[in-house]
Design a protein. Structure first.
Length: 165
């Protein structure tokens, strides 16, 4: 799939088939995150893949809006070392992962992590040292739904040279 097509086709998927994702496919998806832009080339990321059903259920139960993680064949917990631009670096990696998943035919959904009251609990559950911050949880799986995308018009959000209302 071409990059622009992946960008336009990416949707948040919250219902998954029970079909497992091959380890090599998950590694390809995470490799997309590894190639994200990063401030000062620090590459502060750590990716924890959770495929164990009971562990995914524990993670899902900790979250406020990620209960569907239980049904996803995999969950990627994205952490960043607590650097000056950890959030920017982490979000860039997350977006690359979402687009990589789409390009490979895998559905995904970004579940918030940073600033959430459960972030530390998820980190502790996964044995992640305190110098890392949870950026996001990403549910992965073969989609069992076909959500339609709705976007505001480009003309309504684009200004040239100076902000216009």
């Amino acid at each position: 799939m071409e990059a622009l097509e992946a960008i336009r086709n990416r949707r948040s998927i919250r219902r998954y088939l029970s079909k497992p994702i091959e380890k090599e496919v998950i590694e390809q998806i995470i490799d997309c995150g590894r190639w994200a832009p990063t401030a000062m080339n620090l590459q502060p990321w750590k990716f924890v893949v959770v495929t164990n059903e009971s562990m995914r259920a524990k993670i899902a139960n900790i979250t406020d809006y990620g209960k569907f993680i239980t049904d996803a064949p995999a969950c990627i917990a994205v952490f960043c070392q607590d650097t000056r631009y950890y959030l920017e670096d982490g979000c860039a990696a997350v977006e690359n992962i979402l687009l990589g998943a789409t390009a490979l035919g895998i559905g995904s959904c970004w579940v918030a992590g940073d600033k959430k009251p459960y972030a530390e609990e998820v980190a502790n559950l996964l044995g992640v040292p305190s110098r890392y911050k949870l950026i996001a949880l990403i549910a992965l799986g073969y989609s069992d739904q076909k959500p339609q995308g709705r976007r505001k018009s480009l003309a309504g959000m684009l200004s040239w040279e100076k902000y216009e209302t």
